[in-house]
Design a protein around this ligand. Structure first.
Ligand SMILES: *Cc1c(COP(=O)(O)O)cnc(C)c1O
Length: 387
């Protein structure tokens, strides 16, 4: 007798076991809607709910439709897509730009699009999951993966040299790194990485998801902040974080753009970003560039929090509060939530084992008094974690 359950019995066993294991480890995840003051999103510039972005989205929908209807290479391209790519290339100081539907899709598919059998990708140990998956896809295509110690240029240099000695002369190397690291808020040394890549003829991919809109004199990102504006050959950014909309883009030389639009499967085989999303992103880029007070305020808030908590930290709007044990991180987060602060615990596998933490972010939409109130509440919770 077949049962009524749509899940076949062996699958039921497998899924129930996995759920029980997650619960036993305290690792089960659930979706909780926003509740309280936003100290955990990536809406660093406070643009997500800006009426100008909503209006731009509505105007784009009226002019070009709610959806794109097809991939970019078919009829999915509107004038807004071209305008947004031009605006992003101009901002990032690069020859060209290509939109992707998400940062995840971009990273996961552009790395395998660039590497073949015998090639190699070098990846920082704390890179975002999407870069990790891009490396895995490249490996499936015959490339090798080399993970170097977090921010350690000496370790990377040694690995590049050893790989080069052991490889035929035509083999190619790509170095992939977050620019600002998503869970720690610390920053890569892009000039140092570019120097190393130059010596080893490697291509550098920097993921500016948490730096775009925030760092540098015009908010273009960490490359601008560190004086290598326009010099990173593959610069990824996202539209769904500081820029208040959704989607992602890769800036660089026109030849790389041409290669990616032909070879990156996440670009070729996916429907183009919807016009309202693109319209809102254009308004987001304009506001981010025209209103430097937004990034100054977000960064100043983060700096106050770091000082209040006695923490060093990178140039970003991400303030990690180390806790250690998973259950403890969840309890502290819950206490802060009860006080009206929307703060979430981050546990493995998002961060390494034993480094569960609160990941606090600060946006331009917060008031100074609210940031100071959080600093006081955090101090109280950390001094008496079990109270
Ligand atoms: C958020 C994030 C991504 C993914 O971007 P989405 O557009 O949200 O898919 C990629 N890289 C880093 C470092 C990120 O933080």
């Amino acid at each position: 007798m077949p049962s009524d359950d749509p899940i076949p019995p062996p699958w039921l066993d497998r899924l129930q076991e996995a759920a029980a294991r997650r619960r036993a480890l305290g690792r089960d995840r659930a979706i909780h809607p926003p509740d309280g003051l936003d100290f955990c999103s990536n809406d660093y510039l406070g643009l997500r709910q800006d009426p100008r972005l909503a209006e731009a989205a509505a105007a784009a929908a009226r002019a070009h439709g709610a959806g794109a209807g097809a991939a970019r290479l078919l009829r999915g391209t509107t004038p807004l897509h071209d305008q947004l790519e031009a605006a992003l290339a101009a901002w990032k100081g690069t020859e060209a730009c290509l939109l992707f539907n998400t940062g995840f899709q971009a990273n996961a598919t552009l790395i395998p699009a660039l590497l073949g059998p015998g090639d190699a990708v070098f990846s920082d140990a704390l890179n975002h999951a999407s870069l990790v998956d891009g490396c895995r896809m490249a490996k499936a295509g015959g490339a090798s993966i080399h993970v170097f110690r977090h921010l350690d240029l000496d370790d990377l240099g040694q690995r590049l040299a050893a790989w080069r000695r052991a490889s035929p002369s035509g083999a190619l190397a790509l170095v992939a790194t977050d620019s600002v690291f998503s869970m720690d808020g610390d920053a890569a040394d892009l000039p140092g990485l570019l120097g190393l890549c130059g010596r080893h003829q490697a291509l550098l991919l920097a993921d500016e998801a948490h730096a775009t809109g925030l760092l540098g004199p015009t908010g273009a990102g960490l490359a601008e902040h560190q004086g290598v504006h326009g010099r990173v050959p593959l610069l990824l950014g996202t539209l769904g974080k500081a820029l208040g909309s959704f989607g992602a883009f890769v800036c660089g030389p026109a030849l790389l753009r041409e290669h990616l639009l032909n070879a990156a499967r996440g670009f070729v085989f996916s429907t183009a970003l919807p016009p309202p999303v693109v319209g809102a992103a254009l308004a987001g880029v304009e506001a981010a560039r025209a209103e430097p007070w937004r990034r100054e305020r977000a960064l100043a808030h983060a700096q106050w929090l770091r000082e209040a908590l006695g923490q060093a930290g990178g140039p970003s709007a991400i303030v990690p509060v180390p806790i250690g044990r998973d259950g403890e991180a969840v309890r502290v987060a819950r206490r802060l939530q009860d006080l009206g602060f929307d703060i979430r615990a981050v546990r493995p596998p998002t961060v390494p084992e034993g480094t569960a933490r609160l990941r606090v972010t600060t946006g331009a939409h917060l008031e100074t008094a609210q940031v100071l109130a959080l600093a006081r509440a955090l101090e109280a919770c950390l001094l008496s974690p079990r109270a």
